[in-house]
Design a protein around this ligand. Structure first.
Ligand code: FAD
Length: 471
């Protein structure tokens, strides 16, 4: 059987399903091939949604643990978490959202072809596993995403040495967990399982937690984690990890060559994700790859005409490509618009917000202070702590700050970095400020409602002019 489409998208993650919807909105006949039983890919099934659902549970437990302060009386006993209910609620949220994409496909007349896709030649996609068929397509979009990967010497057994795929689905709270890697995934699980009651240790090869963030943010997170009882071993590498019946034996070595042994119920490997291209037939078609990633230009065209690629599976050559849901979706929109013959605006990767939902949350966009200095800017900084704000005091969330990095010469905002309550929401204002090339003065003149957390953004801009009002 063969069917003809304008666009066939391979993979229904946040890149693929958004590209499909945008192409359909622009009048294209679209099919999406997805091998999973549900739509939504990593973000909905194993990534953003399940982890943030678990973090909301952790936040609820935090409020209950502090019930006395809130004047809420609860029966005697230590509040604890019921993992059965946590998993049931999380699964309900995931199920509802994946069904929502099925609805959007129907609404936009997009065919979901169930099965595994393989490129079968120019303009041809072969689907197996489901009803075997060949699809003909004027345009093909590869959006096959990424999967967890380990580091040499550490074998993931998915029982004791696990990935985020298993960490979102634990049926009980582990007594102890060692987390390898302190990027977004690592520190989010540290927050979740520490709050649920586990002993948590994070091991990071680089000298600080969340090493892609501004140094001040890393320092604040380390301070907070210490207070919460999360152990951090930075500048440390794992040299050995062996699973036994009931635990994992881990050997680590610090920068000075000093070794130590750790033991934990679980080792979570959160050292990054690799591209999914196995069996896709990319090599046979001559599509250029780089370290396994599909190489694309700034309009998401691969080296083979008629085949585009977006999302976690791509590389653009220079800087590492951010593996984020919102990046993949925007790439999907741009690719679909270009395929439909529209003029498109290139994505500015320097304006991609980074949100990390650990406790306290991190939101950042643009240049860090170190990067702005490295690029030769004469940098000025404005920092304002959340703790001074009435709203933060009311919420009992007083940790952290907003830091603005700006250029002294033109007053232009170069980056905004925040750690503290609602930072993953507050960063949206900073993203717009960067997109509109705002000056600090324009942020100073922007009214921030009172009492809100967003006052910290306004006050940080005042601080960058040396004139914070409430400090
Ligand atoms: C634990 C965790 C937490 C995360 N949290 C966040 C977050 O808070 N915010 C954020 O922005 N990002 C987050 N991410 C990253 C985000 O999930 C990814 O960047 C995003 O899902 C990438 O989308 P994608 O469409 O490129 O690929 P994916 O979502 O990986 O989708 C690819 C799809 O292609 C399908 N597929 C692959 N090969 C084939 C084939 N041959 N045939 C048919 N189907 C195929 C797969 O089944 C999959 O459904 C998180 C990731 C993880 C692991």
């Amino acid at each position: 059987m063969s069917s003809a489409y304008d666009v066939v998208v391979i993979g229904a993650g946040t890149g693929g399903y958004v590209a499909a919807i945008r192409a359909a909105q622009l009048g294209k006949k679209v099919a999406v091939v997805e091998k999973q039983k549900a739509l939504g890919g990593t973000c909905l099934i194993w990534g953003c949604i399940p982890t943030k659902a678990l973090l909301e549970h952790a936040h609820a437990l935090k409020i209950v643990q502090n019930a006395k302060e809130w004047g809420v009386t609860i029966p005697a006993g230590t509040p604890s978490i019921d993992m059965g209910q946590v998993q049931a609620r999380k699964d309900k949220i995931v199920g509802g959202l994946t069904k929502g994409i099925e609805f959007l496909f129907k609404k936009n007349k997009i065919d979901w072809i169930k099965g595994t896709a393989r490129l079968a030649g120019h303009g041809r996609v072969e689907v197996t596993d489901g009803a075997s068929q060949t699809l003909e397509a004027k345009h093909i979009v590869i959006a096959t995403g990424s999967q967890p990967r380990s580091i040499p010497g550490i074998e993931i057994d998915r029982t004791r040495i696990i990935t985020s795929d298993e960490a979102i689905a634990l049926k009980s709270v582990p007594k102890s967990i060692v987390i390898l890697g302190s990027g977004a995934v690592g520190v989010e699980f540290a927050s979740i399982y520490r709050r649920f009651g586990s002993e948590v240790t994070i091991i990071e090869l680089l000298p600080r937690l969340v090493p892609n963030e501004d140094e001040a943010v890393s320092a604040e997170l380390e301070k907070s984690f210490k207070k919460q009882g999360i152990k951090t071993l930075v500048g440390t590498k794992v040299t050995k990890a062996a699973a036994t019946a009931g635990s994992v034996d881990i050997e680590v070595q610090d920068g000075a060559g000093k070794s130590q042994k750790l033991s934990a119920e679980l080792l979570l490997v959160a050292t990054g994700r690799g591209p999914v291209t196995t069996g896709l037939g990319v090599e046979a078609l001559g599509i250029e790859l780089e370290k396994g990633y599909v190489k694309v230009d700034s309009l998401y065209r691969t080296s083979v005409p008629g085949i585009s690629a977006i999302g976690d599976v791509i590389t653009m050559g220079a800087a590492p490509h951010p593996q984020l849901a919102h990046v993949s979706s925007m790439e999907g929109i741009i690719a679909a618009e270009r395929i439909a013959g529209h003029d498109v605006q290139l994505l500015n990767y320097e304006h991609v917000p980074g949100c990390t939902y650990c406790d306290p949350e991190i939101g950042s966009v643009g240049l860090t202070e170190a990067e702005a200095t490295r690029r030769g800017y004469d940098v000025k900084i404005g920092t304002f702590p959340f703790g001074v704000l009435g709203r933060a005091k009311m919420a009992g969330e007083t940790e952290g700050f907003v830091k603005i990095v700006a250029d002294k010469k033109y007053d232009e905002i170069l980056g905004v970095h925040m750690i503290g309550p609602r930072s993953t929401e507050l960063v949206a204002e900073a993203v717009l400020a960067l997109r509109l090339e705002c000056t600090v003065e324009e942020l100073v003149r922007t009214i921030h409602a009172h009492p809100t957390f967003s006052e910290a953004v306004g006050e940080a801009s005042h601080a960058a002019h040396g004139a914070a009002i409430h400090m």
